[in-house]
Design a binder for this molecule. Structure first.
Ligand SMILES: [Fe+2]
Length: 600
């Protein structure tokens, strides 16, 4: 009887010891594309892998399996991070690994070792990942994009969907791109909410490059918790606030408008970089014909409140650059629904071509300005934004939905970019469209199949809407199909009352049409019927810049952007905490051994 009792007690104690997170067990494992994917690589690093441990664990390493054999990779940095939030203090050790000089378009395998001593931490993995190529090899390139996702209570449907997708479509998706707002918030519950979020999404972040940009929910304490966790390309230069990279025949560019919101002095340097990057990308369309931009704050969307009525005006200089350098697609989040929009130039629908029978706008041909997608519904905290407050009658809106979803973007070739919005619960396609660049096709365009979009804008289309915050927005609607109110707003299954295209109740009427940006529209805009005119011009289109826009010379980020402290900078207090943790582990071990001796 005594032996049986001893056995149960021992089993219970051992389970307690095993269930506790071990001080050197790798957790929150994630990988990201690194500098080798930029147009002008600062390093040849292909992948950055990051994991956390509770203790210092200075001997942590990654075992990487390649065709050449197995490499033991030591961390390039072990950063200690601690901070105090309203809910308590938080600390962690961040291990950062570089995978340099790997061959593109290959599959690799790695395991994470916080320690060789399994009592301190079991190895994690192996994890397989596919390293995509920054160069076009004639194959389709595909990424998945989403925004506004927590892990509890709303985001698990999408997290599970993305987990399944990362396995079922392994090798055919090059990256998952999270366009800001995660965990709600990373700093919640004294930072533990962020840790739990990262551990929950590890099912796909350990095997799929997880590219991120910050949203307003990452802003606390100058984005320091966010920047502790992630290192995107160009991290040394921009601390994740802006960066770009190439994937196959696509060029991606990210910028943080929430940083500009809080630190207006960063706008100039960010614009300077953005113009340099887009100008370079626009001049190499032969390599990457598609340019896709993303920022958490949407420039356009059809919600009555929040950012939709004001962002295009607030960030007008950014839109100028997106237009000037012929960006194809702009993805935003922050507002909690999905919305697909037509090409927009300064609040008005820009010219494009459409096949005659294409009632659902499934092929947008040779658009004269970027198309905009709002994808703020991967798994937000709280309910989706009330559809009653979604504009009815915005001429640029094609479809809205409140179903949990993520976006699939495929550059099928140099002429077709396919965008699909996928339901999170079953992965089915909820909405889709293609951007078509006819000018890249070898065969000349059969103009008889295209709707003529060259007619001048009919001023009677303007819907000069006064927002609730007294911001007047003029859409100068330029419906390229006809002069009637748009009848093409497609109602999604969960969005109600969206087919009603009547003017908002607070509309001030169509008179007094003003240009809210005070931007001079180009007088020599290109003729969209000219089918031979290349859409991806290497020369920027003649778009007049705002006269009051100056490009500052100062390209330095704010000095108060904090970097994680290096492990060599541990304070005595921290060292004491660290030692205490080790002592506790030692005492637990001795205690367990004593119990074994006592009962056995
Ligand atoms: Fe947001």
């Amino acid at each position: 009887m005594r032996s049986l009792f001893s056995f149960f007690i021992l089993t219970f104690i051992l389970q307690l010891v095993q269930s506790a997170t071990k001080p050197c067990e790798a957790q929150q494992i994630h990988i990201a594309l690194s500098d080798a994917f930029t147009s002008d690589p600062a390093t040849n690093n292909t992948i950055k892998a990051i994991f956390h441990t509770i203790d210092e664990c200075s001997s942590a390493y990654i075992s990487l399996k390649t065709s050449q054999g197995t490499q033991k990779i030591q961390a390039t940095a072990v950063n200690f991070f601690n901070d105090t939030y309203s809910t308590g203090s938080y600390s962690t050790y961040v291990h950062i690994f570089d995978f340099p000089q790997l061959e593109f378009s290959q599959t690799y395998e790695y395991s994470c070792f916080g320690s060789d001593n399994t009592f301190l931490g079991k190895p994690q993995g192996p994890f397989k990942f596919y390293l995509p190529s920054p160069n076009y090899d004639g194959k389709e390139t595909r990424v998945v994009m989403f925004a506004d996702m927590d892990h509890f209570p709303d985001g698990m449907t999408t997290i599970n969907g993305l987990g399944n997708l990362s396995l079922s479509d392994f090798g055919s998706i090059s990256a998952f791109i999270h366009v800001g707002d995660m965990a709600y918030n990373l700093t919640g519950s004294a930072g533990k909410r962020g840790d739990n979020y990262m551990n929950t999404i590890q099912k796909f972040t350990a095997i799929m490059p997880y590219m991120v940009t910050a949203g307003n929910h990452e802003e606390e304490k100058n984005f320091s918790n966010f920047n502790m966790r992630f290192q995107m390309p160009m991290y040394e230069e921009s601390q994740n606030h802006y960066y770009s990279f190439n994937l196959g025949n696509m060029h991606f560019v990210s910028f943080n408008l929430d940083l500009v919101n809080s630190y207006p002095e960063t706008k100039g340097p960010m614009l300077t970089w953005l113009e340099q990057d887009l100008a370079a990308a626009n001049s190499t369309r032969d390599k990457q014909p598609w340019i896709i931009a993303y920022a958490h704050q949407p420039l356009y969307c059809s919600y009555k409140d929040n950012s939709c009525p004001v962002n295009a005006k607030k960030f007008a200089e950014f839109e100028d650059l997106l237009i000037k350098y012929n960006v194809d697609l702009v993805v935003g989040g922050h507002v909690h629904f999905y919305e697909r929009m037509l090409p927009i130039k300064k609040g008005a629908v820009a010219p494009f071509q459409l096949n005659e029978d294409d009632q659902n706008f499934t092929e947008i041909i040779n658009p004269e300005a970027p198309l905009y997608i709002l994808q703020g519904i991967a798994g937000h905290r709280g309910e989706a934004n009330d559809s009653q407050s979604i504009y009815k009658g915005k001429s640029f809106s094609v479809k809205v939905s409140k179903t949990l979803s993520y976006l699939s973007v495929r550059s099928q070739n140099s002429t077709h970019l396919l965008v699909e919005n996928m339901r999170s619960d079953d992965g089915t396609v909820e909405d889709y469209f293609s951007i078509v660049r006819r000018s890249f096709q070898e065969e000349p365009i059969n103009e008889t199949n295209l709707t003529n979009t060259t007619e001048p804008v009919n001023a009677t289309e303007s819907d000069n809407v006064t927002e609730s915050n007294n911001t007047t927005e003029s859409s100068n609607a330029t419906n390229p199909i006809n002069a009637t109110e748009p009848s093409y707003i497609t109602e999604s299954s969960n969005a109600t009352n969206l087919t009603n295209t009547t003017e908002p109740v607070n509309s001030t009427g169509p008179s007094n049409v003003t240009n809210p940006m005070n931007i001079t529209e180009p007088t020599n805009s290109t003729n969209p019927t000219n089918a031979t005119e290349p859409s991806h011009q290497t020369e920027p289109r003649n778009v007049t810049f705002p006269s009051n826009m100056t490009l500052p010379n100062n390209t330095t980020l704010p000095s108060n952007t904090t970097q994680p402290r290096n492990i060599t900078e541990l304070s005595d207090e921290t060292k004491s905490d660290n030692s205490a943790s080790k002592r506790n582990g030692f005492f637990a071990f001795v205690f367990t051994m004593c119990l074994i001796a006592l009962f056995v």
